[in-house]
Design a protein around this ligand. Structure first.
Ligand code: BJW
Ligand code: ZN
Length: 253
């Protein structure tokens, strides 16, 4: 049951922000990071795979792991939550979509502009000179995970390509972070979907919006039932709750 005041607020909002985490892609079969049993960090060691030190120590291990993840994403399809976000953009005067995700499922569901705070699996760059190769990556050869794969060489400096994601201890892309913070301060409604809110500075976004006066909605199976002033929790999978919210606010989904 979606609270009536939330439906009214969304219906009259001029400026909506959607902030997504790994949970929005969970129903496409892409594992989250911290869910018990299924989360990537339950099965793999973040320090050995998602830091610049890890890449320096064993580039083939890190590149192979990210190639496995890129292949999973290439084989996955957008789910009803991704499609609901693309549809919401057609109902409100302005929608800003900010994602912590490194997949491209939101774009493939029809969202035109996505602010990616943690980069992309699909756009590697040189670990040495930072150059982004002109040629897109080809389909990974081997479906198996856990296999070492030598990273391709940079055409400019012969350095090694690295995944174009933001690792622990690295700065987030400044333009995207500034755009996300600015949008958070301007929005009337922020819908936070499928994030544990544990990783900073991205995790500051919903609080920033709330302190600036926005109504904040959390869509998450783990969402608590209690909520503060201007704060709602829709407890359930995003692929159910987002279409329901949009259907009730705008009449179709
Ligand atoms: C569903 C669902 C369904 C399930 N429907 N929902 C302040 C305090 C403490 C530490 C720090 C701090 N500030 C910075 C730090 C350090 C660090 C940090 O935050 N650490 C914390 C973990 C303690 N941050 C950084 O290092 C950042 N950089 C930085 O701060 O730079 C400044 C600096 C420079 C130099 C030196 C020092 C500092 C960078 C962070 C980069 C994060 N990178 C990753 C990996 C990206 C690459 C990759 O994909 O491998 O980003 S980590 C991982 O976590 C990934 C995600 O984007 C990010 C957030 O995770 P997310 O999306 O929330 O996923 P989960 O799994 O946590 O949650 C999923 C949720 O979905 C759950 O709630 C489920 O219930 C829910 N769900 N099914 C809806 N169907
Ligand atoms: Zn280079």
């Amino acid at each position: 049951m979606i609270p009536a005041p939330l439906i009214e607020t969304l219906r009259s909002a001029r400026n909506v922000m959607v902030f997504t985490g790994a949970g929005v892609s969970a129903e496409s079969g892409i594992p989250t990071f911290r869910d018990s049993l299924t989360g990537l960090w339950e099965r793999f060691d973040a320090a050995s795979l998602a830091t610049p030190e890890a890449f320096r120590a064993d580039p083939a291990l890190v590149w192979g792991w990210y190639e496995w993840r890129r292949m999973n994403v290439l084989q996955a399809q957008p789910n009803p939550a991704h499609r609901a976000i693309a549809e919401l953009a057609r109902h409100v005067p302005r929608l800003t979509l900010v994602s912590q995700n490194v997949d491209d499922l939101q774009e493939r569901a029809g969202s035109a502009e996505v602010i990616h705070l943690h980069g992309s699996l699909h756009q590697p760059r040189c670990f040495t000179c930072g150059k982004i190769p002109e040629e897109p990556l080809s389909m990974p050869d081997e479906p198996e995970g856990g296999r070492r794969v030598q990273p391709p060489q940079c055409a400019v400096c012969d350095g090694q390509l690295r995944p174009g994601v933001v690792w622990f201890g690295e700065s987030l892309p400044l333009d995207q972070l500034n755009a996300a913070f600015a949008a958070a301060e301007l929005c009337d409604v922020l819908i936070s979907v499928g994030t544990s809110g544990l990783v900073y500075p991205a995790a500051e976004v919903p609080g920033l919006a709330w302190r600036a006066g926005a109504t904040v909605v959390h869509v998450n199976p783990q969402a608590g039932t209690s909520h503060g002033e201007r704060e709602y929790a829709l407890a359930g999978p995003a692929g159910e709750k987002l279409p329901e919210l949009i259907q009730q606010a705008f009449g179709r989904s």
